[in-house]
Design a protein around this ligand. Sequence first.
Ligand SMILES: [Zn+2]
Length: 282
Amino acid sequence: MSEDLGTPVLDDHLHLDPAHARGMDAVEDFARLGGTHLLVVNKPSWHLGVEADEPADFRAVFEETISVVAEATELLRGRAWPVLGVHPGLISRLVDDRGFAPEEARELMCGGLDVAAEYVADGRALALKSGRPHYDVDDAVWAASNDVMRHAFELGADLDCAVQLHTETTDDLTEVASWAADAGMPAERVVKHYASGSLVGPTPSVMCEKDWLVTAAERGDPFLMETDYVDDPDRPGAVMGPKTVPRRVRWLLEEGYDDAVALAHVETPATVYGIDTVATLD
Ligand SMILES: [Zn+2]
């Protein structure tokens, strides 16, 4: 018997790897505690054994995520959606380990995003994922990474879809938001994944630390909630488990943050992704 928290409960960013890890057991845990909707982000391509040489090589990674989402949807009162893209850390793997020039890495990664965009265009995926390294890199790699991210914004503008970002730790991405605006994308449709409680520029997808959630709830600006659950047997404690978002929603409701729960699980998903988490509940 699943719990009903009286609200949709969306985890805005997690990964599922049924072939190597918990997969649908993790979805069942999420649903049992009252979770209803998931945005499932494809794992970094090399984690699935894909060493991409050309953009089409990303297709196997994206197809895997789409089939996982279909399975997960069967287990949810709401549903799951895929978010597809190219992990920004790939650039270091290409340049440092595989001898790519930064410009060559940029071309491959932009091409991978073009493939992801095809899935958004035909309705098989909800949004794109891009960003830049969260660790120090040299100027050429940084410039190439920013170019890749700006390409994602151009695609987001063309497709009228959201773009999730993986970036350095910061509470100010004003410049990045302005690049999205330059490309023709509203800044609020850019989502910084792994955010703390406050952020200037894009919409924060707040990791479920209690104090960060309180900060976001007290601010009253649009926000989302996530775990970045990695579903990796080699890194069991690397991030939060799949039960965390429903647990934190229950706690926020007990603390009287009903408006913040509606903001993070109904209103912000509607404005950022164009999804209706109420109408898609069974
Ligand atoms: Zn992630």
